[in-house]
Design a binder for this molecule. Structure first.
Ligand SMILES: *Cc1c(COP(=O)(O)O)cnc(C)c1O
Length: 299
C-alpha cells in the first residue's frame, strides 16, 4: 500500500565564516520542505502509522497533544489529505490559538481535557472510542514503532556518510530512528541529540527502551534554555542571525536550540578539522506563530 506522497527532502550546504574558520562542512537536510503543515519529522512519524491504519481499515484518527503541538497540526492535515477523519484531545483548559484554528480548518475535532485526565490517554481512548472499530489510536507526539520506522528512512536518503548528525529531541524517537538507520547502513556517523526539555539525560533510557541495541548517541543536555518552549534573549538573537543569513526559517522551540548548540560546540572546538556535519531541520515552523511576540520587533 502507498500513500501517494513521497518526497525526498533536499540537502543544502550552510555557509558561515565560523565553519570556514574551523574547516568544517555543514549541511542541512530540509525535512521542513516535506509539507508546510505535515511537517518534518512529524511526517516521518506518521507515514507508517497511517499505512498501518489503512491496513486495519481504520477511518478515524484519534490523537493527543498540547495546544501548540506540531503533531496535532500534522495529524489534522495528514488526515484530511489521506481520507481520514480526526479527533484530538488537547491538554488543559479550552483555549484558542492559530495552531488549533489550523487544525480545525483541516477538519479536526478538538476536545479539551484537564491535565489530570490527559495523563491517561489509553483511558480516554477506551472510554470514548473503544466501541468504534473504525478509530485508530495515535499517541502524543506520534510516538510508536511505526514512527521509528519512518525516521530510519531519513538515513537511507542521505547522499553521503557524514561524521556527525544533529537533531533536536523531544521524545527522542527521531534520534532513535536515525541511530537505527546508521546501524543498518553500517555507518560510522556519530549521532547528536539536543534535548529541548530540561534534564534531558533521561532520554538515554527512553531511547534505549525504543531499541536496546542503540549505543552510540550523544545528548547535549545544556541547550534547553530553561525547558520546553522556554527561551532566552541569546537564543532569539541567534535565530535572527541564522534566519537573516540563510533564508531558512527556524524557531525557538526545537530547531533554534539545536543549531545554537551546534554553533556553540564549534566555538568550543568540539569537532576536529575537516569534519562533515549534517543537521536535520525537523520542521515545525508554525510553532513560531506563538513565539513571534517574544522577538520584540515592536520595540
Ligand atoms: C516534535 C518535534 C521534534 C521532536 O521529535 P522527537 O522525535 O519527539 O524527539 C523536533 N523538532 C520538531 C520541529 C518537532 O516538531
Amino acid at each position: 500500500m502507498e500513500l501517494s506522497f513521497d518526497f525526498h527532502s533536499p540537502v543544502e550546504p550552510l555557509k558561515f565564516n565560523l565553519f570556514e574558520k574551523y574547516n568544517l562542512t555543514v549541511h542541512i537536510k530540509r525535512d521542513d520542505m516535506i509539507h508546510p503543515f505535515i511537517s518534518g519529522n512529524k511526517w516521518r512519524k506518521l507515514k507508517y502509522t497511517l499505512l498501518d491504519a489503512k491496513k486495519e481499515n481504520k477511518t478515524h484518527l484519534v490523537t493527543f497533544g498540547g495546544a501548540w503541538s506540531n503533531h496535532l497540526l500534522a495529524t489534522a492535515a495528514a488526515a484530511a489529505k489521506f481520507g481520514f477523519t480526526s479527533t484530538a484531545y488537547v491538554r488543559g483548559e479550552s483555549v484558542e490559538n492559530q495552531n488549533l484554528n489550523l487544525c480545525k480548518l483541516f477538519g479536526m475535532e478538538l476536545k479539551f481535557v484537564s491535565r489530570e485526565n490527559y495523563r491517561n490517554k489509553e483511558n480516554i481512548f477506551n472510554k470514548y472510542h473503544r466501541q468504534d472499530s473504525t478509530t485508530y489510536f495515535i499517541n502524543e507526539g506520534g510516538a510508536s514503532v511505526h514512527a521509528l520506522k519512518g525516521c530510519v528512512e531519513i538515513i537511507d536518503e542521505l547522499p553521503f556518510a557524514y561524521d556527525h548528525i544533529f537533531t533536536a529531541c523531544g521524545t527522542g524517537t527521531t534520534l532513535a530512528g536515525l541511530a537505527i538507520g546508521v546501524k543498518n547502513n553500517r555507518l560510522h556517523t556519530r549521532l547528536n541529540g539536543v534535548p529541548v526539555l530540561a534534564n534531558g539525560a533521561f532520554l538515554y533510557e527512553d531511547i534505549n527502551r525504543l531499541d536496546n541495541t542503540i549505543k552510540d548517541v550523544m545528548l547535549h543536555t545544556d541547550y534547553h534554555f530553561g525547558g520546553y518552549a522556554k527561551t532566552k534573549p541569546a537564543l532569539l538573537t541567534f535565530i535572527k542571525h541564522f534566519v537573516s543569513k540563510t533564508g531558512i526559517l527556524i524557531e525557538p522551540v526545537y530547531t533554534g536550540k539545536m543549531l545554537f548548540c551546534l554553533f556553540d560546540l564549534i566555538e568550543k572546538k568540539y569537532f576536529p578539522p575537516n569534519s562533515s556535519i549534517l543537521v536535520l531541520h525537523t520542521g515545525g515552523m508554525t510553532g513560531i506563530l506563538g513565539k513571534l511576540d517574544s522577538f520584540g520587533f515592536n520595540h
